[in-house]
Design a protein around this ligand. Structure first.
Ligand code: FA5
Length: 347
């Protein structure tokens, strides 16, 4: 064993002293100290050693490990110095036009949200905003989802401890799990008829995968007037989706339960990755759920101070991140928040 340790030491000290770049040193570091690096794996065999051998090998192993780490650090410093020196010695040749200007652009989600906002504005919908940190009442209770109701499990919620720190006196505080937390405020604060859109951020304690983020946007519509029906919902869905995806987009409405609408619907777009056949990205179903929607429940209209006998309303919450996946052919939703320039430069 001691022979093996010394062998690793000698051969790697030699390699380290010859390394000419930081990349080369990173590679050496990984072969030694990475998950299955030579140094990382060595102690696995220590259990086979006698006590006496272990008392010699243990300290030797620790010494060699520290020596190799230090050799890599020192060599890194030397490589850096020589790169700086080289740069200093090089003459900078600057001519007009020799530096390319990098032009920025809007993030694809911001661009899509702007497109949505303009489409809504054209047909008389105005924007409204509600708090990101909100009370349980606006996010759940007032939307017909009382404490302990099983439907709360539909939203994996991030609760906030010690609300007094944020200037609130009592009651449970949370990060809103949907833009529907705006609904009661919209009804209470605005005059009828109501045509509102909320395009904003929300947060969930989510299991992440190709189509689930923890921080994402929703585009909520609240439309309340006399005689509003599911036909308006169908029309508005088509209006927005056909403008955004082109008129060939295949959309389906299917029954879906939300406690704050009756009837409720899920709005799906055909998965462009498998053309409806079912793949990893759409979870094998051939469709990507783009929105939840429905006719506003009389309980919620009452909470908003609106008489459900006289008025009816529709609401939906679209997911612009999911829409952007379909529109731009993005195979993993997590790329949008990644800040990875290689991804952002695709747009
Ligand atoms: C809601 O959040 C309801 N508030 C929607 C609603 C509004 C229903 C008004 C009825 C009336 P849901 O949890 O299904 O519903 O989310 C709505 C949309 O947000 C989904 O269809 C999807 O497009 C998007 N979405 C949901 N979860 C995620 C996630 N983890 N990552 C990215 N997008 C998501």
């Amino acid at each position: 064993m001691d022979w093996k340790i010394l062998n690793i030491k000698n051969s790697y000290l030699e390699k380290i002293s010859r390394a000419k770049s930081l990349n080369e040193l990173d590679e050496i570091y990984l072969t030694l100290f990475g998950k299955s690096g030579e140094i990382t794996l060595l102690p696995k065999n220590f259990s086979e050693l006698s006590k006496e051998d272990l008392s010699k090998i243990g300290p030797l192993f620790n010494r060699v490990k520290t020596e190799l780490e230090k050799a890599i650090d020192d060599r890194r410093e030397k490589v850096r110095e020589s790169v700086y020196k080289q740069l200093k010695d090089e003459e900078l040749e600057l001519e007009e036009g020799s530096i390319k200007k990098r032009k920025g652009h809007l993030h694809p989600i911001t661009a899509l949200n702007e497109e949505i906002a303009n489409l809504g504005k054209k047909i008389g919908f105005q924007q409204f905003s509600a708090p990101h940190i909100d009370s349980d009442y606006y996010n759940f209770e007032g939307l017909n989802i009382p404490y302990g109701h099983p439907a709360r499990d539909l939203w994996d919620t991030l609760y906030i401890d010690h609300p007094e720190k944020y200037g609130f006196k009592e009651g449970q505080l949370l990060l809103r799990t949907h833009t529907s937390n705006a609904q009661i405020r919209i009804m209470k604060e605005l005059k009828l008829p109501i045509r509102i859109m909320v395009i904003d951020r929300l947060f969930r304690f989510e299991n992440l995968d190709a189509r689930h983020e923890h921080t994402f946007d929703q585009f909520e519509i609240v439309y309340v007037d006399k005689g509003v029906s599911m036909a308006n919902l169908q029309y508005l869905s088509e209006y927005f989706l056909k403008h955004i995806f082109g008129k060939d987009i295949k959309v389906r409405l299917r029954p879906k339960y939300y406690p704050f609408v009756e009837p409720g619907a899920g709005v799906d777009g055909e998965c462009i990755f498998c053309k409806g056949k079912g793949c990893k990205i759409c979870g094998g179903v051939g469709w990507l759920e783009l929105a939840g929607a429905g006719m506003i429940h009389p309980f919620v209209l009452n909470m908003g101070g609106i008489d459900p006998e006289k008025y009816s309303g529709l609401a939906w919450g679209f997911g612009p991140f999911r829409m952007a996946m379909l529109k731009y052919g993005v195979e993993d939703i997590r790329l949008f928040n990644s800040g990875d320039l290689r991804f952002l430069e695709r747009f």
